[in-house]
Design a protein around this ligand. Sequence first.
Ligand code: DX5
Ligand code: ZN
Length: 220
Amino acid sequence: MGVKISASILNADLANLEHALRRAEAAGADMIHIDVMDGVFTESITFGDYMVKSLRPHTVLPLDTHLMVSEPTKLIPFFVSAGSDIITIHEESSGDIFKCLELIRSLGVKAGISVNPETDVRKIFPYLSLCDLVLIMSVKPGAGGQAFKAESLLKINAVRKEADRLSVPIDISVDGGISDSTAPLIFSAGANVAVVGTYLLNSADMKKAAETIRNAGTQG
Ligand code: DX5
Ligand code: ZN
């Protein structure tokens, strides 16, 4: 199975997002990762549904929307209308997680569940059959450019085993600190999607950097 790259635009030049989209597309990214932060779940505030709506006509790539917000329930329909293709909510958010995931799917969008580094990954096991994607946070939510936390490898492995046991065909995505040195680790632990921000953005040759990440997944 081939791996996928979701290019995070968090640390791109936000005054020139169209350029960020063109660069990610030219590099061969499979999706665009959009980090939504509300200033409550995270310290910073980033993007909202209006930005997703603005980006939507400028790319055919799926918009992989990561809701780092404390109350996702009311926001979900806005992101669906704006054009998100995947909406991932956090286990640590308030509200009824089952209902949120059902709502996302009922609106025709792929549903994801994410866990913070300090959260026991077994807490998301009850949701696996309602999800298309699990997003393992390998850094504290809130900023790009942080160092990868190696503890997340055990979580990836645990989710892959549980998904296999339940026969749930789920994508396992890993978010934070992914580079040429950490990508081989996440793919061999059972992930098949890498969210990559600063490693791609800081590469002089983004296409080559994306190929390095992809090759790490095919050689595992
Ligand atoms: C962190 C975000 C990540 C971030 C990843 O809160 O969820 O998506 O953009 O960026 P890098 O690859 O720089 O760690
Ligand atoms: Zn993210």
